[in-house]
Each structure stands twice: as structure tokens, then as C-alpha cells.
Design a protein around this ligand. Structure first.
Ligand code: 6PG
Length: 247
């Protein structure tokens, strides 16, 4: 891992502030270049502070939300108002507080059967990124925000699960035995097609996993986050100091 791909900040709040700077910068560049900005959001707890900051008066005006399209890197197979819903987290902390056109929020339909939710999301991605052409290589998100679990998963690509081996589809349903639950997730090739992939990792609990992922032997079945390497894009790990104590 080239050192300049890793940026260390003091704590969770600094992480949210620095990440908000990246989001607004990349959004401005994409909108200036192509008139729109496509971003994929993660779930979990780490992005909450970032979402709140982006929705704050000091930050919300820095993005032309009318030109933004919001997607998700993954979703739990639950209804959109469920406490576990990644969509609900983003809606409550960010989307309901900024002037994003409702039709620019492209959620994964967690309320549907997993396979149908994955199929519909892939169709929506193809319609957005490729005009629906089936032959299009991959969805090129301007920015994909990613988290990393203590077990080394990212999005809903969990260790030892079937989704790790999907190299053709952009979105798949994925049963996670450890959680005894279904997820829908972007696949490795879909994530690696992004122009920018930005990991947000915070807290001492992830320090050993971060070491193993960045400096340990390549074991992607055990540490799926090691599979994230944008082919023609930029990968940045934005981490707080507590997460770097084992590096
Ligand atoms: C999800 C996320 C997942 C998350 C990691 C880290 O649906 O849970 O997309 O990949 O980013 O589990 O979660 P925390 O930020 O809560 O540590």
C-alpha cells in the first residue's frame, strides 16, 4: 500500500470533517466536468457523523444537490424504515436535510426478496450508468464511500461468502451466515470500477484488522477489504489515529 493512499486524522470528528472535504471537492470536480456527481454511501455507524456534517448549514451549500445522484454500496434486507436500514440512516441524517431531488435517491429495495432487490438495483445502475446497455463494462461511481468491519468485510462482502466470487454482475444478494441474514451488495468489479473509493475507518477495535488488511499477507477470502483496488481510480484510506495503533 503506497503511503500516500493512507491519511490519518485525530479522531472520529476529524474523520467526518476530512471526509466531507473530499466529498465536496470530488462532487465539485464531477459536476464541473460532467454536470453530475454519483456517490455510493456505506451503512454502519462510522458515516453518521459525516452525513450530519454534510447536512449542516456550513456544508450543505457547498454541493449542488440538484446535480447529485445518491446510491448505496449495500443494504440490509429490511424495509426502508427499519432501524437496520442503511437507507434510513442516510435519509434521516442527510437526505431529508438537503435539496436532493427525490428521484436522485437510488435506494436498494430491502423490503423485497433479496434476489429481486439485487436484480432491480442492477437494472437501476445500468439505466443510470449505461443507458441500460447490457454490454456496458462497469458502473463508474464518481465516489464510493466504504466502511470496514472488524472482520475485514466491506459493503456486504463478508469473509467466506458467495458474493466474493461474483465477477460478472454489478449487484448480488448475499447470505451472511455469521449474521444469519441476507444483504444486497455491490460486487468487487462494480466497486473497483469507481473513480474514487474512500474507506472511512475509525476506532481502536479495527486496528488489528486494518494492519492485517494493509500490511498482512494477501488473504482476501478472510479480509475482503483487500479486494478493493480501483482499476482506473483512486483508493484512499481515511482513518483515525485509534485505528492505526497496530500499523
Ligand atoms: C453495512 C456497511 C458495512 C459497514 C461496516 C463498518 O451495511 O453495515 O455497509 O460495510 O461499512 O460494517 O461498519 P461501522 O461503520 O458501523 O463500523
Amino acid at each position: 500500500m503506497r503511503e500516500h493512499d493512507l491519511e490519518v486524522v485525530a479522531d472520529g470528528e476529524a474523520l467526518a470533517r476530512k471526509a466531507a472535504g473530499y466529498v465536496t471537492r470530488i462532487a465539485g470536480e464531477a459536476i464541473a466536468a460532467r454536470g453530475q456527481f454519483s456517490i455510493g454511501l456505506p451503512g454502519g455507524s462510522t458515516p453518521r457523523a459525516l452525513f450530519k456534517r454534510l447536512a449542516s448549514p456550513a456544508w450543505a451549500s457547498r454541493i449542488d444537490w440538484a446535480r447529485v445522484h445518491v446510491f448505496w454500496g449495500d443494504e440490509r434486507c429490511v424495509p426502508p424504515d427499519h432501524a437496520e436500514s442503511n437507507y434510513r440512516l442516510a435519509r434521516e441524517t442527510l437526505l431529508d436535510r438537503v435539496p436532493l431531488p427525490p428521484e436522485h435517491s437510488h435506494r436498494i429495495a430491502g423490503e423485497l426478496a433479496p434476489a429481486e432487490a439485487a436484480r432491480r438495483y442492477e437494472a437501476e445502475l445500468r439505466a443510470f450508468f449505461a443507458g441500460g446497455e447490457p454490454a456496458t463494462p462497469q458502473p463508474r461511481f464518481d465516489l464510493l464511500l466504504l466502511g470496514m468491519g472488524e472482520d475485514g468485510h466491506t459493503a456486504s462482502l463478508f469473509p467466506g461468502t458467495a458474493a466474493l466470487r461474483e465477477m460478472a454482475r454489478w449487484t448480488v444478494e448475499n447470505y451472511v451466515p455469521r449474521l444469519d441474514s441476507w444483504r444486497v451488495t455491490l460486487t468487487i468489479p462494480a466497486i473497483n470500477a469507481a473513480a474514487h473509493a474512500l474507506f472511512l475507518v475509525s476506532g481502536a477495535a479495527k486496528a488489528e484488522t486494518l494492519r492485517a488488511v494493509l500490511h498482512g499477507p494477501r488473504q482476501p477470502e478472510i479480509y475482503p477489504a483487500q479486494l478493493i483496488r480501483p482499476q482506473a481510480g483512486r483508493l484512499l484510506w481515511l482513518v483515525d489515529r485509534a485505528a492505526t495503533t497496530r500499523l
